[in-house]
Design a protein around this ligand. Structure first.
Ligand code: COA
Length: 344
C-alpha cells in the first residue's frame, strides 16, 4: 500500500506509551545458563538486557499498561477501535484486543488482533490510519505487545539472547486543531515462500496439538537467512516509502527500525545513506520485543524529537512480512511527558 505526497488528510499520533515487565535478564544471567558470552551477545546483536513477564503475567497485561499510558498521554478516555498487534496472544482464541479494550474502560468498541510478527505494529498502524482517513473512525488505539518469553526455547542460544517482552502503544487519530503533521506513506509487503524462517510450527491446524505428541510449539528462527532478508526488505521498503512521500534520504531526521539486531540497523542506514547518528537504538535496553519494538523505540526516543522532524519507520518479521512508513512528528507531542519502558 503506498500513498502520494501531500494528498493525505492529516492523521497523526495523539499519544504514545510503553511498558516492559519487571523480570530483568542480563547477558550475564544468560551466560550462566547457556553456551554464550556477554561479549558475543553484545558484539553480534547489541542487546545488553531484556525483560520477561513474571509468572502469571501475560501479553494482555503488558498491552493494558502500555495502552493506559498512551491514552493518558493523548488525554483520551475513549477511542473508536482497538487493534492489538501480537504473535503471543493471551490464548490462541479469542483475540487479546477485546479484553484489553474492556480492561482499559473503552467499552464495546470494535477490537481485534493483527498477526504480522515483528512487522505487526506497522501493519496495525496502517489499518488504524486507513480507518481514520476513510472517516470510519476518529481515534484508534494501536498496541504492539509480545511476551516472547512464553514461546522461546530456553535452551536455544540463537533466540533466547535476542528477544524480550514488552508493549508499546499509540493513539492514532485526527487532532482537534488543524495539524498538517502526522502519518504519510505506508509501504507493506510479505513473502509466504519464507514462512518457515520464523515460526512456531505446532499448535495450529496444520500441526495440531494432540495428547502425548511433540508439538514443536517453541519459536524457531533461521537467523542468518532472516538477517540478510531483513536488511534487503527494510532497505527496499524504505526506498519505496521515501519515493512515495517525496523525501530524500538526507531529509530523514530519525530512522526508527525494528530493534532486532544493531548490525541490521547499521546495514540499513548504510544502504540508505542515512548517518548512523540518526538511527534510533533501543534494543540494548530491551532486546527484540517483536510487535512492541517500534512503539517502544519511538516512546524512548521521543524526548529528542522536535515538531516537524521527519521519521522513517521500518520493520521485518515472520511471514515473512515487512514494511516502512513515514511520520512527521506532531507539535502536540513535543511538549509532553511520555511514559515508556519502566517509568512509573
Ligand atoms: N552465543 C555464542 N555463539 C552463538 C550464539 C550465541 N548466543 N548464537 C549463535 N552462535 C554461533 C553459531 O552457532 C555459529 O557458530 P559456528 O560458526 O560454530 O556454527 C556462529 O555463532 C555464527 O552463527 P550465525 O547464525 O551466523 O550468527 P549471526 O551473526 O547471524 O547471529 C543472530 C545470529 C540470530 C543474532 C542473527 O542472525 C540475527 O540477528 N538474525 C536476524 C534476527 C531478526 O532480524 N529477526 C527479525 C524478525 S524477529
Amino acid at each position: 500500500m503506498t500513498g502520494s505526497p501531500r494528498v493525505h488528510p492529516p492523521v497523526t499520533v495523539l499519544g504514545i506509551g510503553g511498558y516492559v515487565p519487571g523480570v530483568r535478564v542480563t547477558n550475564a544471567d544468560l551466560q550462566r545458563r547457556l553456551d554464550t558470552t556477554d561479549q558475543w551477545i553484545t558484539q553480534r546483536t547489541g542487546v545488553r538486557v531484556r525483560y520477561h513477564c513474571a509468572p502469571g503475567e501475560s501479553t494482555g497485561d503488558l498491552a493494558v499498561e502500555a495502552g493506559r499510558r498512551a491514552l493518558r498521554h493523548a488525554d483520551r478516555t475513549a477511542v473508536d477501535a482497538v487493534v492489538v498487534a501480537t504473535t503471543t496472544p493471551d490464548h490462541p482464541s479469542p483475540a487479546t484486543a477485546p479484553a484489553v479494550a474492556k480492561r482499559l474502560g473503552l467499552g464495546t468498541v470494535p477490537a481485534f488482533d493483527v498477526q504480522a510478527v515483528c512487522s505487526g505494529f506497522l501493519y496495525a498502524a496502517s489499518i488504524a490510519t486507513s480507518f481514520v482517513r476513510s472517516g470510519w473512525a476518529s481515534t484508534v488505539l494501536v498496541v504492539g505487545a509480545d511476551a516472547f518469553s512464553s514461546i522461546l526455547d530456553p535452551t536455544d542460544r540463537t533466540t533466547a539472547v535476542i528477544f524480550g517482552d514488552g508493549a508499546g502503544a499509540a493513539v492514532i487519530g485526527r487532532d482537534g486543531v488543524v495539524d498538517e503533521l502526522g502519518w504519510g506513506t505506508f509501504h507493506l509487503g510479505s513473502d509466504g515462500d519464507a514462512a518457515d524462517w520464523i515460526t512456531v510450527p505446532g499448535g495450529g491446524s496444520r500441526a495440531r496439538s494432540l495428547p502425548g505428541q511433540e508439538f514443536g510449539e517453541f519459536f524457531r528462527m533461521a537467523g542468518s537467512k532472516v538477517f540478510q532478508a531483513a536488511v534487503d526488505a527494510m532497505t527496499s521498503s524504505c526506498r519505496s516509502a521515501l519515493r512515495a512521500e517525496g523525501w530524500r534520504a538526507s531529509d530523514v531526521d530519525h530512522v526508527v527500525g525494528h530493534q532486532a539486531n544493531i548490525r541490521i540497523l547499521r546495514a540499513v542506514a548504510h544502504l540508505l545513506d542515512v548517518p548512523e547518528s540518526r538511527v534510533v537504538v533501543h534494543l540494548d535496553r530491551v532486546g527484540n520485543t517483536s510487535a512492541a519494538s517500534i512503539p517502544l523505540a519511538l516512546t524512548a526516543a521521543s524526548p529528542r524529537f522536535r515538531a516537524g522532524d521527519k521519521i522513517l519507520l521500518t520493520a521485518f518479521g515472520g511471514g515473512t512480512t515487512w514494511g516502512a512508513a513515514t511520520l512527521v512528528w506532531p507539535s502536540r507531542l513535543s511538549a509532553t511527558t511520555v511514559l515508556g519502558d519502566n517509568d512509573e
